[in-house]
Design a protein around this ligand. Structure first.
Ligand SMILES: Cc1ncc(COP(=O)(O)O)c(C=O)c1O
Length: 384
């Protein structure tokens, strides 16, 4: 982008492609360079930078892009999604406070809140998440935070972000949403009154299964405080090279998300119609119990979904192992189709506690041809 185009109103595609390029600042380089340095000397000029743990121009380009995509005032990047999540949560915690959080939230987030934070007297109430009444009933005088993840990345139930944000505000409680699934292209929780959005940039934002990263987005005063406290003091800042790869990835985010969505829609519809499938969880299917709420909150759907094949644990496991095209692993949001089996590790009791149904398989639909992905699933399910 050159000086004379900077005040043009940018679409999300334009933001992904160009925001932060500033050719005049970087000697015409079509791709801004990496500031791969820890220290900024102030002997001859004071440009406002001091040390990369505080901030760095390359990290700031990624932050400006993501803040603009989330329609937030500011963003700060971290070394991983969990670094961003733990920093955002810690920002709102007080000694002996109380937090409300969905039961099926990302497991390390739940572990951070309910096991790790226990030693500081933090108490957590786990809720299903799809009932605002249940959340209101859980509020106590000591509640400082309602932590959300919508859709939940295993069972894909949604939380009514606008209603919960208004409820929280009326009690003076802060709200955080993990928006990793929808990405800032398909959902912007800040517009619904949520205080902070967190992302794992290791998923769709990075998109190539080659970086770890995390982001927090929100109002400038909160993000400045997080930069100077939780990020600088814990020190989990994003590395400039990681930030440079993230900027590279963001350029193709809109085209990748279109393809993930188109493929996942076809895969979800195929699974729903398959006689060997008992249930499919995908917010893009009109049969999803919260389809209308999803249409209000989101403008699109990403490529992660779950389903339960008909069969016992062993049959489901061998079906999964017989897939030829899918790699097996717990991450998601990359170019490659992946399968994971959270529902094969739970029994009746842990299924109730975690909200993960027995037999649940989760697939991250990649960027391959939809026919290839569906063909592999069809063969494996028919051989069950
Ligand atoms: C929904 C969700 N949020 C956050 C994270 C944490 O991200 P990271 O692995 O970058 O720390 C993950 C990772 O799988 C996730 O699935």
């Amino acid at each position: 982008m050159s000086e004379d185009t900077r005040d043009i109103r940018m679409s999300k595609e334009d933001i992904c492609a160009h925001l932060g390029d500033e050719y005049d600042r970087y000697m015409g380089a079509i791709v801004p360079p990496i500031f791969q340095n820890s220290l900024f000397t102030r002997k001859t000029i004071n440009h406002g930078y001091s040390y990369t743990r505080v901030t760095n121009p390359t990290i700031e380009i990624a932050e400006r892009k993501i803040a603009a995509l989330e329609e937030g005032e500011a963003a700060r990047c971290f070394s991983s999604g969990m670094a961003a999540i733990s920093a955002a949560i810690t920002h709102y915690l007080k000694k002996d406070c109380h937090v409300i959080c969905p039961r099926a939230v990302y497991v390390p987030t739940k572990a951070f809140l309910s096991s790790y934070m226990e030693k500081f007297g933090v108490e957590v109430t786990l809720v299903a998440g799809d009932s605002v009444e249940e959340i209101e009933q859980a509020i106590r005088p000591s509640t400082t935070l309602i932590y959300l993840e919508s859709p939940l990345s295993n069972v894909f139930t949604l939380q009514d972000l606008g209603t919960i944000a208004a409820l929280a505000k009326s009690y003076g409680i802060a709200t955080i949403v993990d928006n990793t699934w929808a990405t800032p292209l398909f959902q912007n929780p800040l517009k619904h009154g949520i205080d902070l959005v967190v992302h794992s940039a290791s998923k769709y934002l990075g998109g190539h299964s080659d970086i770890l990263g995390g982001v927090i987005v929100g109002n400038r005063d909160v993000l400045d405080s997080i930069m100077n406290n939780e990020r600088s003091l814990f020190g989990a800042v994003m590395d400039p090279h990681q930030a440079w790869l993230l900027i590279r990835s963001l350029r193709t985010l809109p085209v990748r998300m279109k393809q993930h969505e188109a493929n996942a829609m076809q895969v979800a519809a195929f699974l729903e119609a398959h006689p060997r499938v008992a249930a499919v969880h995908y917010p893009g299917l009109p049969s999803h119990p919260q389809y209308e709420l999803g249409r209000k909150l989101m403008s699109g759907y990403s490529g992660l979904l779950s389903f339960i094949p008909k069969g016992d644990r062993q049959q489901i496991q061998s079906m999964m192992k017989s897939l030829r095209f899918f790699e097996e692993g717990p991450s998601w949001g990359g170019f490659e189709s992946l399968i994971n089996s959270p529902g094969l590790w739970v029994n009746e009791e842990t299924s109730r506690e975690s909200g993960i149904p027995i037999g649940l398989l989760r697939i991250s639909v990649g960027l391959e041809h939809a026919d290839t992905i569906i063909g592999d699933l069809d063969r494996a399910l028919n051989e069950m």
